[in-house]
Design a protein around this ligand. Structure first.
Ligand SMILES: [Ca+2]
Length: 285
């Protein structure tokens, strides 16, 4: 207890030398001459907490001010700038700390879509842990998951639309479009905090996952009390209790009769049976 208070005080002393911020001075010397010592300590701690909050705000503002990127924010801006060829580009959303590569779809539904998942051949194993889903995996020229941090930077500060393109093993191609989509940050469990109205030909199979946090085998954020849906269904997803669609599910390279809810499926397309292609993309409204 005392050690921790002393440590906080030491931090406050560091804060006080910051030249550009006006903090209330907090003495680091302690007195032992009265019954109000605890009150004084409480008051000092309160002031220190205020100072810490102030410096965090200053730091945030400085970070935001410094993110003036020369890169487009997303594929829509790339398209607006005159690039109409689908492919890999560099983007930097407004609050992203650094630029990163994305795959842009400039052809479907007006173009300007930024992929965050592309699956069509089973080359990537999607049965992965939290950190892989956070940072991304795969290859932008092949199968990939862009990463939840990037998805948050793309959708967390302006509402996007979501486009899902699917194909089953009879070469039937369908799509699902949602007119609003936003994903929270890691501290929020990458919650799918907004999922708007559906339109399309695939049928509505995602709303069951709206409002859910992301779950992996090593991070159980689902609503299933007795277990972890990621362990049970062998992937990472915005599991509820557990699945209404499962586009990160196991890839089976042939038309299969398997019905184990572990495969890549979209319920209103082929029930819980495996499909061949799944692409997920976002674009600011
Ligand atoms: Ca659970």
């Amino acid at each position: 207890m005392w050690c921790s208070i002393i440590a906080v005080f030491a931090f406050s002393a560091t804060i006080l030398v910051h030249p550009s911020t006006a903090f209330t001075v907090v003495s680091t010397t302690s007195k032992s001459d009265g019954s109000n010592e605890l009150d004084q300590l409480a008051s000092k701690i309160e002031q220190i907490e205020h100072n810490i909050q102030t410096i965090q705000k200053v730091s945030e503002n400085q970070n935001h001010a410094s993110v003036k990127s020369r890169f487009p924010k997303n594929c829509k801006e790339i398209q607006t700038n005159g690039n109409t060829i689908s492919g890999v580009y560099t983007v930097q959303p407004e609050f992203a700390p650094k630029p990163f590569l994305v795959l842009c779809n400039m052809d479907s539904h007006g173009g300007g879509w930024t992929y965050f998942m592309n699956r069509f051949n089973g080359n990537q194993d999607f049965f992965r842990r939290w950190n892989d889903y956070k940072t991304g995996f795969g290859n932008l020229n092949d199968e990939f998951w862009l990463g939840l941090d990037y998805l948050h930077f793309l959708t967390g500060y302006e509402v996007n639309e979501l486009l899902i393109e699917l194909e089953d093993w009879d070469s039937k191609k369908v799509y699902a479009r949602y007119d609003a989509f936003s994903v929270g940050n890691e501290g929020e469990g990458y919650i799918m905090r907004i999922l708007g109205n559906y339109s399309g030909t695939a049928g509505e199979s995602l709303s069951y996952h709206g409002g859910m946090k992301f779950t992996t085998t090593d991070r159980d954020n689902d609503l299933w009390r007795d277990g972890n849906c990621a362990v049970y269904r062998s992937a990472g997803w915005w599991y509820n209790n557990c699945v209404g669609s499962h586009l990160t599910g196991k890839y089976i390279k042939e038309k299969s009769s398997a019905d184990a809810y572990t495969v890549m499926f979209w319920n209103t397309l082929r029930g819980a049976y495996n499909i061949k292609v799944a692409k997920m993309m976002v674009k600011p409204k």
